[in-house]
Design a protein around this ligand. Sequence first.
Ligand code: 0RQ
Length: 501
Amino acid sequence: SESRIHCAALGGKIMSADEAAALIPSGANVGMSGFTGSGYPKAIPAALARRIEVENARGNRFRIGVWTGASTAPELDGALAKVDGIEMRLPYQSDPVCRERINAGEMEYIDIHLSHVAQFVWFGFLGKLDVAVVEVAGVLPDGRLIPSSSVGNNKTWLDQADKVILEVNAWQSPKLEGMHDIYYGTELPPYRKPIPLVATADRIGEPYLRCDPDKVIAVVETNSPDRNSAFAAPDESSRRIAGHILEFLQHEVRKGRLPPNLLPLQSGVGNIANAVMAGLNEGPFENLSAYTEVLQDGMLDMIRSGKLAHASATAFSLSNEALAELNANLDFYRERIVLRPQEISNHPEVIRRLGVIAMNGMIEADIYGNVNSTHIMGSKIMNGIGGSGDFARNAYLSIFMTPSQAKDGALSCIVPMVSHVDHTEHDVQVLVTEQGLADLRGLSPRQRAKVVIDNCAHPDFRPALRDYFARALEQAPGRHTPHLLGEVFDWHLRALRGERM
Ligand code: 0RQ
């Protein structure tokens, strides 16, 4: 097959994944590409894991820091976590092996807003980035890089790392060229300028990643697919959640608070988010746009049907079938999709300016509207905050959604007080479960509690929530946000004992 590496200076650095992995020292902070299962390096993490296993067997502790865009795949997070090769992981993961290590206290993990990562590295807040390992779709004669199926933090990794290792993946479509928009205008304070992006389709940068060829120490050729995320057909609960959201958006249009084609949509990961997109695809709205971080199957369907005129994201997260559809029609999709660095896709300034409608999943919400997106029973991490905070805080409308119950009805996802807070009551405007939708705008805490219990809680848990709230109103020392501190976590404590909440 024809080589994707058109730069003579880099052609001489082609080697095997094992040879490249041997160039990464223990203790290094490694910035890897990858975002929600796309565009991650396919060969070097596994080679590194093999090397780590050998070193560990010899009694030499070998661990690295792994920084990424967001979640990756079993071949990266899973392989390195399995051999206990990760000292520090940031800013987001969703791998079962990784999660187990973190929750066992065997791996450090920092859960960071995705828009913060690049600037924290530039500010020097996270220490030195030693090596970048970045998957690309090709190399131009002058050394510039054609980005892969995600952009994530790659620009920052390539700029900040002392050494760069490239994986050139021939499996990625060459037609990705031209889809990306890499913005190089982010100066550091106090020299920052406004980001000149005023519509989702705007291109403000260039289609390639810059890379100093002198810093490249290895180039590895691969030919491997991205991890696929299979989506379940929307279940009854997801369809009802989607239905409530659609009805609400139509209501907002009638009230004149949203234009007929809405405002740019952001949608999180998972089956509920996908169901909402499926609902919108059948719904009455036309000429929609998206300013989001992950582009799932549902949005691709909407682009194909013409409902969604344009989408801006930082990565794809597609099923096998959707990926095949994308790659077969890239000329069509390239006109309608732009992939940006995550510091731009998730930038508070841009999200606020565009007036994004943010829709994200949650683990639990409390009666006053605080949201927990990350922790099971207050201490066990699930995935991470990801981009949900970037969007929720700055959105025109911030919507959080979940089924009203978890674990076959043993747990209520509406509780007196969340066991961990990711999004405070100040950043949450709408809560949705299959039971209904709570519009919290303009409501005081006491008013919110009533609406959240009546509209969102499962009927089985409503009496206990009403009882708690009534007694808190009577007995709490303050009547603004009434709580009974002595019993507020009894719900979670019951669950931890294996009882029904
Ligand atoms: O656990 O798989 O062990 O049964 O939590 O729950 O219902 O499968 O929900 O896949 O939509 O994920 C918040 C995790 C929801 C996700 C979260 C248990 C439940 C199950 C998952 P099991 P579901 P989803 C942009 C936006 C943060 C990042 C984000 C997330 C598991 O949406 O990671 O928003 N969000 N990014 O059983 C105990 C409860 C529970 C519970 C659910 N109340 N108590 N366990 N579970 N509710 C994308 C990026 O940023 C990259």
